[in-house]
Design a protein. Sequence first.
Length: 402
Amino acid sequence: MLSALFALSGLTLCAQQQTPKVFLIDASTIAAARASYGKHSSVFEKPIAALLSEAQEALKLKPVSVTQKTQLPPSGDKHDYMSVAPYWWPDSTKPDGLPYIRRDGEVNPDRYLVGDRERIGTVVASVFTLSLAYSVTGDERYATHAIKFLRTWFLNPDTRMNPNLNYSQAVRGQNEGRGTGIIDGHGLRYVVDGIGLLAGSRAWTAADQQAMKQWFSSYLDWLLNSKNGKEEASAQNNHGTTYDVQVSAIALFLGKDDLAREIVRAAKTKRIAKQIEPDGAQPLELVRTKSWNYSMLNLEALMHLAWIGDRLGENLWTYRTDDGRCIRKAIDYLIPAALGKEAWMKPQIVRMETERMYTVLRIAALQYRSPEYDEASRKVPGLDFMASRANILFPAYTGAVR
């Protein structure tokens, strides 16, 4: 029936495309969205329309390259990614301003001068949006353009990025790059899922797939063995958790399930037990000047690890220390402020991104079989939840056991 639907719409559906190999999203939900495409489904119609609107905009963008920057990294090789630490500023007490000093949460506009961070963000967003649009519709235009982005950023010898972040988030007067800068690559977790969504496309070749695996294999080796990678692995806050997500997602993409399982298993004591208080607070994030947004970032990363753990036989959803530290408590801690029931009394110098709570609560309702979370998700302010992309990426809570 699914193949017949696509035949009627003039599109070709390969059997391989029916089950995309993805790690941070749900393949069965995407398949259901694909089956509903063109049928005016009350569940999927609005999120698919929103997705395709964004995909149309992505089609207008030209592929970008790490070599487009005008500044040279310390290596002298424009193929090396380079960025400037966002919260570091010239020291006004020093004639040359060096070394820079930290002003947490206040972005130095110099960070935009290099441009690699913005370009990698464009690659991640474009590849994932276009690949998802292809997977849902079967329209090769979306796949072809996503592949142009991938080939330009990762594969073309003239434009590719070297598989390292040696010069990411440099602090003038202190270093040429830091372990902390690895968070610039956090979006790469969605690139590997985007590649999975391209399965079945006529434009995506076996050679492309193999070349992407080679690139990510080299990058994973750098993450695990470089000085910067080891520093980020030992970070106690969101930097350590997002590093774990990068490594585990890439490991799954490369078939290194044992490595991913080791990281997820360690997260019980290394992340959850140390990052979350018995009442659900995340103290290492609450001391930041963007305490809400960083609490959300770390929670989302923990939930990504838990989602990965599901496929590896490691249950982080119900892991709980003797004194009650667990993912569920971290969710509950944020709900009152997310729904506007209580004021957020911690530092927050920018807008609270409360809309991010919808995806958290949608997944929580599913994992904890909770109608309360499901109801709360529909009350998150700041978005049209019926049009949320999360409705395509994750199953809805139905009251039934998965």
